[in-house]
Design a protein. Sequence first.
Length: 347
Amino acid sequence: MVLLTHSTVSIILSTGVVSIFTFLLFLSGYALQQQSVRTIQNVIRPPEHPQVYKRSQDPLSDLDIEEDLEEPPQVHTKVTPGVEGNYAYLQLLSDPDPSNICSAMLLFKQLSTNNSAIHDRLFMYPSYWDTMTISKPVSTALSLLRDASLKYDIWLLPIDMSAATAAGYTATDTKLLRLGQIQFMQYDGVLYLQTPGLLLDSAKLDSMLLSRPLPLRHDKSRVESYNNEAWISMPLRAEQDANLPPVYLVTVNNIENGNIEARAHIPNLALEGFGRIVTGPWGVPADLDAEINPAEQPGYVFFQRDDEGHAKWENNPLFGSWRAQQSEICEGLDLDGTLDNDNDDDL
């Protein structure tokens, strides 16, 4: 039998306590390490389903593209040999400005007559335009638009915004797109271009959709869908922003459980040969007679707007050419006069 002295017992107890606390400290450190690893994995893992919309009571919240709307119109798209995918160009206006309506018509006419590889052309507007009392210039512009829709294969998309306006929302371009983007489910992608603007090269504009892989529907097996060199994700924020980016790629798809995935992207302006395909007036030489490398010429030039939504002519070398072509397609409509007479007597 071994007798333990008081000092020996104290040493054993102290060693046991130290061992227990050391073990507990090790377990705590290991748990924190694993938590950190999981956090990092969650950060770098691509999102499963970006912008998934479900049902809600707010017309501009997550249900806005899954309301009990009528079925989208059956657009009989044309197929071009060598072009993979089903795409469309989009112009939209939430305010019935005659000049901007004519500018949209001009773009669609140019796409039609210049043999664009993208055959579907969409014009989106609030459906109450068809029933409200409007001024004579607006009425004339809308009548010309309806005629042009038959001549240049423009699909007119009137969007019911009554739920949004009844809820106290004002009509803006972003809200119009939010409520109307369910119409895009038949397309692989729809490219919105801001109006007013002028088309310079339809083939160059087509290349924005056809030259590089597009994000399109989210797919974990396709890297370009969530990590794309040419396109930067920019979700639609209809509740915060009134205006859309000047060029905006929109994709809408059905996913599991009856939900809808809506994705939006802007072009990477830093990508050489791509980011300037659509540009503002600053991307055009001030001297139009100066020689320019065709590779550097933009495909479409959008114009800056003033506070009332009209095209600015300052520092815009294309304004005169645009106005002349605009006047041809809207012959008989005094476009310069409409800028000062938007409040003419109603019909």
